[in-house]
Write a protein that binds this ligand. Structure first.
Ligand code: NAD
Ligand code: LMR
Length: 329
């Protein structure tokens, strides 16, 4: 077992996603079976009591890899020395709230957390944002952490990526493990573009295997893009275990590497690739290794895909402009 434990900070730790995420991290699903973990859990003050209960349960699991757990409501203390920060906690949209209200409420959270990470996290910090609106929350945190390289921030579109693989597997009868090179472009929202034109099923082009443009346009894309809303409708609460699982997949692959011969979807700070304006946090196909990522270059984008990518990117630009107006970035 490696001697040095990794400090993993999780925000919103007493929430629904936290309840699945923490146990899987402590079990070794994120960093593997040889790396001990120190959990540092941030919550708002009223949720600390509930979080104490979660910590009792973590204790009761006697996880061999769980070195320590620290909880608190002060981001400066919780992020101190963190190597990985999973920003899950966010203000949910409530009745009567407009999109701008949501951006503002979350802006306050991610401004403060960006600053705290900037001042207290370890030099090798990596930050993954799950809390919605994830892309723009990551943009706010990134902008408020000028000493942390922009490449260290990402937002979660891995859940969408996993959903897209699952839908394609169901349509074609393929195993999920046979499906590679899936891509989610743009925002983690209903405008996202799940792209199977570069995906492969056992090495064959997925769109050619499917051979049904109507299914792609009218069934596959909306099903993946609106899956979050469908789960809220069915469960009465947003996806939690699957979101935790995707949060782990994304962080694990970022730190330990994406599978050989494949790529993953991750929302990262655009370098201008594929015409996406520089600096916004948009989802791309990326290969990852040792905590670094590179956008897969050279993919041919046809007119259909171009329009879909542009629509989602336009929404991200609108969100960026809205939070700029609010003085959050
Ligand atoms: P939840 O309401 O059950 O839990 C959120 C927790 O965050 C709460 O315990 C709350 O007290 C805490 N919190 C609020 N403000 C905080 C702050 N400033 N600091 C620390 N903690 C704070 O919600 P959940 O189901 O766990 O979902 C969390 C977020 O993840 C939501 O924004 C949800 O929309 C989002 N989500 C994203 C994806 C994705 O794929 N990106 C998928 C599912 C859910
Ligand atoms: C999801 O994709 O499941 C969530 O982002 C939905 C939501 O709005 O919380």
């Amino acid at each position: 077992m490696s001697a040095t434990p990794v400090k993993v900070a999780v925000t919103g730790a007493a929430g629904q996603i936290g309840y699945s995420l923490l146990f899987r991290i402590a079990a070794g699903d994120l960093l593997g079976p040889d790396t001990p973990v120190q959990l540092r859990l941030l919550e708002i003050t009223p949720a600390l009591k509930a979080l104490e209960g979660v910590v009792m349960e973590l204790d009761d699991c006697a996880f061999p890899l769980l070195d320590s757990v620290e909880i608190g409501d002060d981001a400066n203390t919780i992020f101190d020395g963190a190597n990985l920060a999973l920003l899950v906690g966010a203000r949910p949209r409530t009745k009567g709230m407009e999109r701008g209200d949501l951006l503002e409420a979350n802006g306050a959270i991610f401004t403060a957390q960006g600053k705290a990470l900037n001042d207290h996290a370890a030099d090798d910090i990596r930050i993954g944002v799950t809390g919605n609106p994830a892309n723009t929350n990551a943009l706010i945190a990134k902008t408020n952490a000028p000493d942390i390289p922009a490449e260290r921030f990402s937002a979660l579109t891995r859940l969408d990526h996993n959903r897209a693989i699952s839908q394609l597997a169901a349509k074609t009868g393929a195993k999920v493990t046979d499906i590679t090179k899936m891509t989610i472009w743009g925002n983690h929202s209903a405008t996202q573009y799940p792209d199977i034109f570069h995906a492969e099923i056992a090495g064959r082009n997925a769109a050619e295997v499917v051979d049904d443009q109507a299914w792609i346009a009218d069934s596959f894309i909306p099903t993946v893009a609106k899956r979050g809303a469908a789960i809220i409708e069915a469960r009465g609460a947003s996806s939690a275990a699957s979101a935790a699982s995707a949060t782990i997949d994304a962080a694990r692959d970022w730190l330990l590497g994406s599978p050989e011969g494949d790529w993953v979807s991750m929302a990262v700070s655009s370098d201008g690739s594929y015409g996406v304006p520089e600096g916004i946090i948009s989802s791309f196909p990326v290969v990852t290794k040792g905590g670094d990522w590179e956008i897969v270059q050279g993919l041919e984008i046809d007119e259909f895909s171009r329009a879909k990518i542009d629509a989602s990117v336009a929404e991200l630009v609108e969100e960026r402009d809205a939070v700029t107006k609010l003085g959050l970035i």
